[in-house]
Write a protein that binds this ligand. Structure first.
Ligand SMILES: Nc1ncnc2c1ncn2[C@@H]1O[C@H](COP(=O)(O)OP(=O)(O)OP(=O)(O)O)[C@@H](O)[C@H]1O
Length: 279
């Protein structure tokens, strides 16, 4: 089977509010798929339905071949979940916590190896309670992957991470993806999407408004480039589909083009455009 997640016409109504309204989604096995969208777009609700933690009002949902509303423990053991809310800080140490969770799974990863992967080896003997916020988040990630999940849900996983921890986390996720783990990532960090995701869907008002690779989202790859440079007459800005041609022409005289830059819309520009269109 090549499909990890398939969603058709998903709808979720809370009293007096429609959180998800006719959402379709397909995530392939082995893919890193990102869900983007403004606060309240319906990302967490959707993810919770896929995890089997929330019922739905209507629609078809299949996750690893089963309906999350009806699937049992064996199915659940194939998932890894890192929720938005951090683990309740216990009296247990990092190593004790990870070892304890490992016991719930039929084929867990080696707890020491997991602790090393999330960069907490030096804190293995420390109580989770005494860790910093970002370090506790890394414990959450460790607990999400210790069961060797086929499908890993990461809901805003790097909130509170310092830049080095984020880079380390990205490498960890790329490694898991390389081993074939399917990953559904919810995040507000566009650089994270760009670094990690094979495909991205943008949600607004409970539905998918765009879906593509980060490179191509919203026609980004084909968008015109902006060329800027400075000469004795001041700053120049030109938009063109053929920046190489323009730069070649401009530099034909052999002179240096001061402060030359060629840029295309960033993922953030495209994202804000897509979201702006839905307001
Ligand atoms: N238990 C609930 N009861 C009523 N309304 C809810 C409930 N949970 C979420 N909602 C509403 O449903 C909408 C979607 O919420 P959801 O948490 O799925 O958004 P989100 O995209 O994950 O947002 P964020 O980026 O802030 O995490 C919001 O308007 C929210 O207020």
């Amino acid at each position: 089977m090549t499909t990890a997640v398939s969603v058709r016409g998903l709808r979720k109504e809370y009293p007096g509010h429609v959180a998800v309204s006719g959402l379709d989604l397909d995530i392939r096995r082995g893919e890193v798929f990102a869900l983007l969208g403004p606060n309240g777009a319906g990302k967490t609700t959707t993810v919770e339905i896929l995890e089997g933690h929330r019922d739905r009002t209507a629609g078809e949902v299949s996750v690893l071949g089963e309906d999350p509303g009806r699937a049992g423990r064996a199915w659940r053991a194939r998932l890894g979940i890192v929720l938005q809310t951090a683990t309740d800080a216990a009296e247990l140490s990092v190593a004790e916590t990870v070892r304890h969770f490992a016991k719930y799974y039929p084929n867990p990863r080696d707890p020491e190896e997991v602790i090393e992967k999330v960069g907490l080896t030096e804190k293995a003997g420390t109580r989770v309670k005494s860790l910093s916020g970002g370090q506790r988040r890394r414990v959450d990630v460790a607990l999400g992957i210790v069961g060797r999940p086929e499908l890993l849900f990461l809901d805003e996983p790097t909130t509170g991470f310092d830049p080095e921890a984020r880079r380390r986390f990205w490498a960890l996720i790329a490694g898991l993806a390389g081993e074939g783990t399917t990953i559904l990532l919810t995040t507000h960090y566009l650089d994270e999407v760009e670094a990690l995701a094979d495909r991205v869907a943008v949600l607004a008002h409970g539905r998918v408004v765009a879906e593509d690779t980060p490179r191509d989202l919203g026609g980004r790859a084909g968008a015109e480039a902006t060329v800027r440079w400075v000469d004795h007459r001041g700053e120049h800005v030109e938009r063109t589909a053929y920046p190489t041609k323009l730069v070649t022409e401009l530099s034909a005289g052999g002179g240096e083009l001061g402060e030359l830059t060629v840029t295309r819309p960033s993922l953030e520009d495209i994202y804000l455009d897509l979201i702006g269109d839905t307001e």
